[in-house]
Design a protein around this ligand. Sequence first.
Ligand SMILES: Nc1ncnc2c1ncn2[C@@H]1O[C@H](COP(=O)(O)OP(=O)(O)O)[C@@H](O)[C@H]1O
Ligand SMILES: [Mg+2]
Length: 244
Amino acid sequence: MTNLENETLVEMRHICKEFGRGRQTTVAVADVSFAVRSGETAVLIGPSGSGKTTLLTLAAGLTSPSAGELYLFAKPFDAYQPRELQKLRSRNIGFIFQTFRLLDPLTVLENLILTGKFAGVSRVEASADAARLLSKLRIENLADAYPFQLSQGEKQRVAAARAMINGPRLIIADEPTANLESKQALSLFELLREYVKQSRCGLLVATHDQRILSFADRILRIEDGLLAPRVSLEYYNQAWNLYY
Ligand SMILES: Nc1ncnc2c1ncn2[C@@H]1O[C@H](COP(=O)(O)OP(=O)(O)O)[C@@H](O)[C@H]1O
Ligand SMILES: [Mg+2]
């Protein structure tokens, strides 16, 4: 991690991920190689069931590959001790889950503060960071609300705030704009991009949202667990309707 300007945050070499055993085996990711570097926005597209979520959970160190080499922050996945991996995830990786995974018994503010505390930030500091982020996302009025009181779009923005609160080096987002109307989707994505530019972190996003393609430095298309060869943005714009 010496060269922060062009750090390789995640690298996959011939990664395969299978679920189940024997005749029940599902190959979610067949043979995937790619890297995400600091300052880069990589967008992963592909039909439902093509392996996008599985690939993101591998990139976040939430699951282990069945085969291939996975490097997180230049270190082999297998070389991490469980506690070290937990620390890496809480401090350096922000994950926006498709299903949000907000903690229902806690208010929005408490959800964010708890994430800060997991990363070793004091309550006072985490509270200030949370307030700043909520205001930036224009949801400061929701600080004392509980998840069940929020709309899908509001939950998504809270999930984004939670992913950013610890100043991660890598943000991974699974369909982050799926529940947002156009204006909200763009403003959420602009905020994520602004964070990427300011902090030179990496952003890996899986999406069905064509509006997001214009923000991508790199587009990765996955189908049946395999990445398609690299083609131009124009191609994707033209081909989009064939896939969705
Ligand atoms: N935990 C799991 N157990 C069994 N099969 C799974 C599991 N997670 C994903 N799969 C299967 O792996 C394939 C890829 O799923 P997923 O990564 O969720 O795709 P996507 O996010 O592109 O829709 C699908 O066939 C899915 O049913
Ligand atoms: Mg998915």
